[in-house]
Design a protein around this ligand. Structure first.
Ligand SMILES: Cc1cc2nc3c(=O)[nH]c(=O)nc-3n(C[C@H](O)[C@H](O)[C@H](O)COP(=O)(O)OP(=O)(O)OC[C@H]3O[C@@H](n4cnc5c(N)ncnc54)[C@H](O)[C@@H]3O)c2cc1C
Length: 396
């Protein structure tokens, strides 16, 4: 395997790596250790070498792109269930795969129940689900998870690997891309496939001033983490044809330097990405009294209050409640913007919402270009009236 390199100055030919390799991929030859095609990049030899003489390496430009095909999605699990971002990644992978004539496969790593979760994913039209199930994968152990996913990548040679830009994904993806000596684009908001299978990975850069288009043209696989709630989720297919492939997990593969002593659930309030109803206060909301008014609207609707960036900068809210390129991307069922002008840095991160209601006193405001319902009036007149009507409906 081209990726495994031995440092001849350090290697004392002790043979431990040959002994330890679970795939019998290493042999002792007259001129040193040789690696054969059975190598799965599992990292057992790299971890086990007492002299640190083995490393992963891929020379840019040496990869034959034709050998790398298909899209592999990392099937993150959270609290023993598939993380919702995975359905979005499968949906996006399906769209890209159609253009390139690729398969869409998923790899899962986890403890008991992982296989069952993998079977459920077949309903979404996935071709193959590779399952690495072992009690040793319980809890997120970055080192073993990287070893198992690398094992799958080395065996399957996907052209593209998509991972959710979650805390777990942000830890896993760079470990994998360094191992394969290839590129990773973090936090993508849009993906496009070129005819030559180079993936155009698009994401805001320089504080949202530009949308950068990043291409990994000299190496494979192409790693991208994708923001949650940006892509459309995959839909269930009528006749699933895929299959689950259970991958062997050796004790060496689950040997970790990390010990999970306890997993305690964090009591967290719903994030604005998960909320179905949002009310946004823009700079047209000018006083604490007006803030209390729009907050009341959010409460009577059973939703949350969010802000544009200038409002967060003015101290009315925190960044976890800021919508926009330098804040969060949202896609709720209903969003009511109050005194928001509709700058692109704001609208590009909420224009996928199902129903957009905009209240603005300026009939020329840009926000009306994307709103489904436009209310041209003073918010101080509109919002109290809305609250009164919603309360009255609730009492009926
Ligand atoms: C790199 C970069 C990143 C950015 N990131 C973000 C981001 O993440 N999120 C974000 O929001 N912005 C972001 N911005 C800023 C963005 O360009 C806009 O400046 C900002 O969205 C405007 O906020 P606003 O609509 O609240 O304020 P304004 O543009 O000032 O609009 C206020 C609106 O309120 C209306 N209004 C005033 N009084 C009333 C009233 N009584 N009743 C009804 N309507 C009224 C006005 O007609 C006006 O349209 C970013 C900018 C840059 C350069």
């Amino acid at each position: 395997m081209d990726f495994l390199k031995f440092d001849s100055d350090r290697c004392d030919l002790c043979g431990l790596c040959v002994e330890k390799c679970p795939f019998l991929a290493l042999t002792m030859e007259a001129d040193g250790i040789a690696v054969n095609e059975a190598c799965r990049m599992c990292g057992v030899c790299v971890k086990g070498c007492p002299e640190n003489a083995i490393r992963f390496e891929q020379k840019a430009g040496t990869v034959d792109k034709k050998e790398w095909n298909g899209i592999l999605v990392y099937g993150e699990q959270e609290n023993d269930r598939i993380h919702p971002v995975v359905y979005e990644l499968i949906g996006e992978a399906g769209r890209l795969a159609e253009e390139a004539g690729y398969e869409v496969n998923v790899v899962l790593t986890g403890g008991e129940g992982t296989r069952e979760n993998g079977e459920d994913l077949l309903l979404y039209g996935v071709d193959k689900v590779f399952v690495y199930e072992h009690p040793g994968f319980y809890g997120f152990k970055a080192d073993c998870y990287a070893d198992a996913v690398a094992d799958c990548i080395a065996a399957q040679k996907p052209s593209v690997v998509l991972i959710g830009a979650t805390p777990l994904g942000r830890s896993l993806a760079p470990r994998l891309s360094t191992r394969f000596h290839t590129g990773l684009t973090a936090d993508c908001t849009k993906l496009e496939m070129k005819d030559n299978t180079d993936l155009v990975q698009i994401r805001p850069a320089f504080g949202g001033n530009i949308m950068a288009q990043i291409v990994i043209s000299n190496s494979r696989p192409q790693f991208a983490t994708v923001r949650y709630k940006v892509m459309d989720s995959a839909k269930k297919v009528e006749e699933p044809k895929g299959q689950v492939v259970v991958c062997p997990v050796s004790e060496d593969l689950v040997r970790s330097r990390i010990t999970v002593t306890e997993i305690a659930p964090v009591r967290k309030s719903k994030s604005i990405e998960e909320e179905e109803i949002l009310v946004v206060a823009g700079r047209g909301v000018k006083s604490e009294k007006d803030i209390a008014m729009v907050k009341e609207l959010a409460e009577v609707l059973g939703g949350q209050l969010c802000f544009t960036r200038p409002m967060v900068e003015a101290g009315y809210g925190d960044t976890a409640h800021q919508i926009g390129l330098s804040g969060r991307t949202v896609k709720p069922k209903l969003i009511i913007t109050c005194g928001v002008s509709g700058a692109i840095q704001f609208t590009s991160c909420m224009n996928g919402s199902e129903c957009i209601v905009a209240v603005n006193s300026d009939p020329e405001a840009l926000i009306f270009g994307i709103a489904h319902y436009c209310v041209v009036d003073d918010l101080c007149r509109v919002v109290p009236e809305l609250i009164r009507k919603i309360r009255a409906e609730g009492k009926e």
